[in-house]
Design a protein around this ligand. Sequence first.
Ligand code: NAP
Ligand code: DHK
Length: 534
Amino acid sequence: MKSNGLSLAATDHLQMSGREGLGRNPTLLCAPIMGQSVDQMLSEISKAKAGGADLVEVRLDYLNNFNPRQDLEILIKQSPLTTLITYRPKWEGGQYEGDETRRLDALRLAMELGANYIDVELQVAREFLSSISGRKPGNFKVIVSSHNYQNTPSIEDIANLVARIQATGADIVKIATTTLDITDVARIFEITVHSQVPIIGLVMGERGLISRLLCPKFGGYLTFGTIEAAIVSAPGQPTLKDLLGIYNFRQLGPDTKVFGIIGNPVGHSKSPILYNEAFKAVGFNGIYVPLLIDDIGKFFDVYSSSDFAGFSCTIPHKEAALKRCDEVDPVAKDIGAVNCIIRRPSDGKLIGYNTDYIGAITAIEDGLRGSHTTNNSSGSPLAGKLFVVIGAGGAGKALAYGATEKEARVVIANRTLDRAKEIAELIGGQAISLVELEDFHPENGMILANTTSIGMQPKVDLTPIPKRALSSYSLVFDAVYTPKMTRLLREAKESGATIVSGLEMFIGQAYEQYERFTHLPAPKELFREIMAKY
Ligand code: NAP
Ligand code: DHK
């Protein structure tokens, strides 16, 4: 790594891109253009420019009735952005089915008409590069690419592939593989960060997202950002808007610390929005990313560097997270679940905490105080209340623990009754089944807290308890915060109960996490402003 932390290739690239000294990373943002007509492509290119792209990849294989000289003349001359021309054949995952000579002739013509880059597949690279030998314009570069739609090879095999591509005389190496697990991406990071030549390393698929978001940190030459969500040229591509808006793409660099939300599913989480906007506002050099993880132990075994500094943890890994931590905060140990993990800089050890319980309990207490519920003591308004928790997972344990701490009488209802019984025994509460819950009305003025994922997007029509069973509750809380108004909260409000949204818990549990991530005070007002938009 050079003194500025960039690889040699990235430093050269920074100089070439004219952005040296601006403190920004040299990684380019490339928008894939897949219109079926020249006019549609031109329209997409102008959207890409407006969206902040540095260049566009014009995918000729998507064009209907492609007329090489006429269409390339228009596309290249009228593009307001640097152009990368790709004509991907079906045998490499593209749309083109036809004569190879005609295809390569079109790429040669693109070069002659002033394209800045073309992308040609490894299989035909030598033939193509020798055909343009001595004819390459000065600022023209050839990307030689290889796509693996089955898996991500071993580090040795990827290194050998890079060497083979380099040996063709490529100006830029491009490796695109497919992820079966998020740990596959670490091998691509390893290759790109040590590359001595300009390299594009991307891992396709939902579990490969961090290969795209963290390109600037690990020295990637470019990453793809789409002009619209879901209109992608390869699975897993984020939008330009998210890369530049949520992930502060231009401000990332080799020394940016990585944080993220560990879960499965994880796409619904608002944590990336919250923390990245807060990091940006205070100038903290960090990025917070979604981490779609199947095996939390395997993840931490592979991503063991101090670069990966802190994590939130959600379904279904909170209990497994506790077991994986080297040390666990006593409260988290009592709860039996961890939703915040910090990698201690001094020794790299993983320290587990639970911020869910304080986030939820504080929100519920505020709800009770705001509802002017009579409270005969200066202590918690929860004291003495019958507190019914639906769910016995990480969040359920946190609320059962927190309510008990506040001297409420806790009842746990859960689909798996044994899990409810385990917690009830621990805290001295009662366990009931979900069926019993429907007819559980020992007294009025009870408090209900849903900590199951029932009602969470996309299954927003579901609720953990029928409306008719809500009449005995004076306050209903739902840990689910996507959507903010769940069916449970809506029906509880209709039944006359005070309702407390999981968003209140989400904001509250994030305060302590932010402070542990950044060692800075949580910008509480800013948190509320950020989340008020959702
Ligand atoms: P978890 O550890 O996986 O626990 C999930 C719980 O939900 C378990 O008790 C499970 O019952 C129950 N459950 C799941 N699907 C169910 C179904 N179809 N029918 C009945 N019960 C079902 O997850 P978690 O980390 O506790 O999170 C739970 C929910 O709370 C998630 O939606 C999460 O987003 C939300 N949450 C929100 C915040 C916030 O800040 N607002 C914080 C924490 C959690 P079994 O034991 O029978 O499997
Ligand atoms: C949700 C939870 O379960 C919290 O415990 C995490 C996460 C944050 C989310 O981002 O949705 O800390």
